[in-house]
Design a protein around this ligand. Sequence first.
Ligand code: AMP
Ligand code: GLY
Length: 430
Amino acid sequence: MKILVIGGGGREHALAWKLRRSAEVEHVWCAPGNAGIAQEAECVGVDVKKLDTLVALGEKLRPDLTVVGPELPLVLGIVDEFERRGLPVVGPSKQAAQLEGSKIFAKEFLLRHGIPTASVHGICDSADDARGALRAVDWPVVIKADGLAAGKGVLVASSLDEATAFIDRLMVDREFGAAGDRVVIEEALAGPELSFIVLTDGEHFIPLAPSRDHKRALDGDKGPNTGGMGAYSSATLLEREAERAILENVVQPTIAAIKREGLRYRGFLYFGLMLTAEGPKVLEFNCRMGDPETQPLVARMDFDLAAALRALATGNLSAVRPAWKPGASICVVMAAAGYPGTPQTGARIDGLADAGNVPGVVVFHAATQRSGDEITVAGGRVLGVTATGGDLATAARACYQAAGKIHFDGAHFRRDIGISSLAVAVAARE
Ligand code: AMP
Ligand code: GLY
């Protein structure tokens, strides 16, 4: 098989790394890739925001399988274009990708099908409308830009002042452009979050191992939201009863609704869940793998991902049998100075080889580039240091030992990935 991976972040490095290890895979291209991916795959320069360019690349390379990492090409309709040209591809149709591309589409879909989610205070198309919807709410509330905003278009607001300031940023200053033309204002839910990702053909589904992301910038879940500062997966992350509730109350009804609405879907469907006292509720859908969840997930995968995705893309989901290494895996994101605001790029990265030599560790590159003999910082989330271990504590030790060997100016990372209060309780039982 010749596979094309689209994207150039930590998720795509992890995917390329895993796909390359399949006996069935002869060649991997990655567009555009990064300095780490270049060690696994042939990188092809491309702008993932331009659908025409991606389609031309697909026609030129004619891959046996295309795996799309980021949401934007999916929302732009890459799957429809590739399938029309007979190119097998993993992902939802343009229409189905609205489950991620529009928070309003997703919320209306959830409400229409009675799938548990936060209740809505307002769906607003002007700043005045949004300010009006805030008049009679209990605080905190959650405000979400309708469109894609790289995980940064959501605020949990504790006061009217905070909420109004965010609405002004979205709808008056238009910080996220058209993504903020409409907003959802919803009830704030409480509980641990969980990333529950399934493979689906739009009728059936197969769950992957559960994982947990850490979205806030600072230890103890403080600071602003980011694209994700780290994630972990472990064999004991979810108790059987919680898993049953997720499958029965959330996943099955969602897949049934996708089928009922005739949405074409052959890809990853990511349920961003809050495990509330009333049961699991959907915070968001993503129509792709998570970043950084992919990094700890591929580290635990004990099956041939290339064969599985090829089966999914060609309508043979029933042939897929995921298996997972026991124990746990953790990915710690090392970020550039300034992230999640404007990152400082260009710093030289040292210690990558030493870090990669720590047993059980693989260092995935997220935003790096090669400048002569050096590897340098090229964006906000720079590296995903990833480790497996017999349990969470062992994986975390290896991960932090490796991260300690890597240096670049301004590097910062959370020290508590996988060590949140719930994880501590789980680890204590392991
Ligand atoms: P989303 O992009 O919708 O997943 O939102 C990003 C993050 O904002 C989530 O991972 C949560 O941490 C937080 N969040 C979103 N919706 C809610 C909600 N209804 N209640 C509390 N926190 C939320
Ligand atoms: N880690 C969250 C996301 O991929 O959206």
